[in-house]
Write a protein that binds this ligand. Structure first.
Ligand SMILES: Cc1cc2nc3c(=O)[nH]c(=O)nc-3n(C[C@H](O)[C@H](O)[C@H](O)COP(=O)(O)O)c2cc1C
Length: 327
């Protein structure tokens, strides 16, 4: 563990996969926990199929614990997955009560279950006495309204949940609109479970602001901020950055490129995954839109390599002027 404050790297379906986590942890410092994108459709009572086993084959990355995440509304399914994870050596399972996508939420999964505290209660009641590892929860303030969390807090408080991460939005907002710090502030001190704040931390100053608004918050979870600026955790902690940050970023990218090529079934799915990553990483550069224009049109690995070379030749990194931590 790094010294406080703990920083968790948020899960991203399709991005923070096993190869990505391995590459990130090889090049950057300052993160205390890495989360898998959510798993779903677990066959109860059966061993995990080979693809899921492969995705869960590593429990620590460069010393950082990996936390598997499940999207489910069934205690039986969760227990089955929890047993598999415990058997593989994981120490914590995270329950996704935050996914906002209508096709998920409509089925009362992810943030779609938040308006139904009795359902959450029933699931925890069945699960908690049997679960063989720690359970943490990642939720939003609600699905339709930030008032929903007020009904959920007494439920969460009744169980020995290891940590509760709250993304300070409601499901209906998806990822847009402002975070609702007022509603978060109204409930967080009522929660007995250790609370982790999540939402819109992009700079060291954003982090300091949240810590000053909510001094009781121990840890923060950051997603897009780290994808955009992989040095962000080190900047927040005031760690000494490498002298040549440009070279580190280039090595990170090259590693990610080769790992993605190795792990995807064909050229077009590898390029799509890399382009998705660049929708965030382009913000490491001073002219993100120009950078992304170059990347988004590539149709082959050769074109991808040329585009990356040209982006780096321009040497227009947002933070390249000073290797010092910047706000
Ligand atoms: C494309 C995408 C995929 C995501 N996948 C997951 C996921 O699998 N599990 C999860 O809990 N959150 C997921 N999230 C939400 C993020 O983990 C995080 O909570 C959200 O981006 C807010 O944090 P940030 O403002 O620091 O990025 C996803 C978000 C996006 C944009």
């Amino acid at each position: 563990m790094n010294p406080a404050p703990a920083i968790y790297f948020a899960p991203f379906q399709g991005i923070t996969t096993r190869p990505f986590r391995e590459v990130y942890a090889r090049h950057f410092q300052g993160v205390d926990k890495l989360f898998t994108p959510y798993f779903s459709n677990i066959a109860e009572g059966y061993p995990l199929p080979p693809l899921k086993m492969k995705a869960l084959s590593v429990q620590h990355e460069n010393g950082i614990p990996i936390i598997p995440q499940i999207l489910s509304k069934s205690a039986g399914e969760m227990l089955s997955f929890a047993r598999s994870c415990a058997g593989l050596g994981f120490e914590e399972l995270n329950w996704n009560l935050g996914c906002p996508y209508p096709q998920v939420a409509r089925k009362k999964r992810g943030s779609g279950i938040l308006p139904f505290p009795d359902m959450v209660d029933e699931i925890l009641d069945a699960l908690m006495p049997q679960i063989p590892l720690k359970l943490s929860v990642k939720c939003r303030l609600g699905y339709y309204s930030p008032d929903e969390i007020k009904e959920l807090v007494p439920v969460f408080n009744r169980y020995p949940i290891a940590e509760l991460t709250i993304h300070a939005r409601i499901g209906k907002q998806l990822y847009s609109g402002d975070t609702d710090l007022k509603s978060f502030g109204e409930v967080y001190h009522e929660i007995k479970v250790p609370v982790i704040y999540n939402g819109d931390i992009f700079t060291k100053d954003d982090h300091a602001r949240i810590k000053s608004f909510f001094p009781g918050i121990g840890s923060l979870m950051i997603g897009r901020g780290i994808l955009q600026d992989p040095f962000l955790p080190a900047r927040i902690r005031g760690l000494t950055l490498p002298e040549d940050t440009r070279k580190v970023l280039r090595n990170y990218l090259d590693d990610l490129y080769f790992e993605t090529r190795r792990n995807k079934k064909d050229e077009s799915s590898a390029l799509n995954a890399l382009k998705e990553f660049w929708t965030y990483f382009m913000h490491s550069f001073r002219y993100p839109q120009g950078v992304f224009r170059k990347l988004k049109k590539v149709k082959s690995f050769d074109e991808y390599e040329d585009a990356v070379n040209s982006v780096f030749e321009e040497d227009a990194l947002r933070h390249s002027i000073s290797p010092e931590p910047v706000g």
